[in-house]
Ligand binder design. Structure first.
Ligand SMILES: N[C@@H](CCC(=O)N[C@@H](CS)C(=O)NCC(=O)O)C(=O)O
Length: 224
């Protein structure tokens, strides 16, 4: 039986898992949970994940309800050979973990606070600008990470890059990642991440759908 992935493609953490699924060539059964229809509060989904969040992953052994855990679990259990994405060297591995925690606890929080409120509370232009200040600070932090290493955690691409790129590309709808302000972040995104063969299909399509949703909810000019 194929493992199951509960998803809404507009979600950045979902897109990061989908990118890894493509990178490792894993076959999953996709179960759509439409957040805009409140399907995550449905009784059957709550039985699987009482946190009512996507992505949620299930195989015969385990149910996982956090994208970062799913990324690691897929590398450890389904990764055929490509262990650079989740390096075996303990020093590199802890660097990847550290950036995954950054992504989940800080970067994604900044992003989802803003996008969630734009969509739910229909934020006005001035209110969106308050979030933009925090986005710029995160881009400065990422520029710093990319000064220390070629990629977010190490000098090679890892699952931390998959986690971060889906969030940065979402934040770009509020604060465009311009080369003049963040040259390293821009280069990492445009010349490495966007060049992955599955980037367009996996990240861009879900992101475009999210942009459409956000555009209808605010008078702030969403960067399309
Ligand atoms: N830490 C979780 C966060 C997942 C998350 O918050 N997903 C959002 C969509 S982007 C969601 O499902 N929200 C619905 C809810 O919180 O009820 C992860 O990275 O998997």
């Amino acid at each position: 039986m194929k493992p199951e992935l509960y998803l809404d493609r507009r979600s950045p953490p979902v897109r990061s898992v989908l990118m890894l699924i493509q990178a490792l060539g894993i076959e999953v059964e996709e179960k759509i949970i439409d957040l805009s229809k409140g399907e995550h509060f449905g009784e059957s989904f709550l039985k699987i994940n009482s946190c009512h969040t996507v992505p949620t992953f299930r195989d015969s052994k385990i149910t996982l309800t956090d994208s970062h855990c799913i990324l690691i679990y897929l590398c450890e259990n389904y990764g055929k050979g490509n262990n650079l994405l989740w390096p075996s060297d303990p020093y590199q591995r802890i660097q990847v973990l550290s950036k995954l925690f950054y992504s989940g606890t800080l970067l994604f929080r900044r992003d989802s606070d803003a996008i969630g409120q734009i969509i739910i509370n229909k934020l006005k232009k001035e209110q969106v600008e308050e979030h933009a200040v925090k986005f710029r600070e995160q881009f400065d932090i990422l520029e710093n990470f990319l000064t220390e290493n070629e990629f977010i955690a190490c000098d090679t691409m890892t699952i931390a890059d998959f986690s971060v790129v889906t969030i940065v590309s979402t934040m770009d709808m509020i604060v465009p990642v311009v080369v003049e302000s963040w040259p390293k972040l821009h280069n990492w995104w445009f010349n490495h991440m966007k060049k992955l063969p599955f980037y367009e299909k996996v990240n861009q399509d879900g992101l475009n759908a999210l942009k459409e949703w956000a555009k209808q909810s605010t008078d702030f000019k969403i960067n399309m």
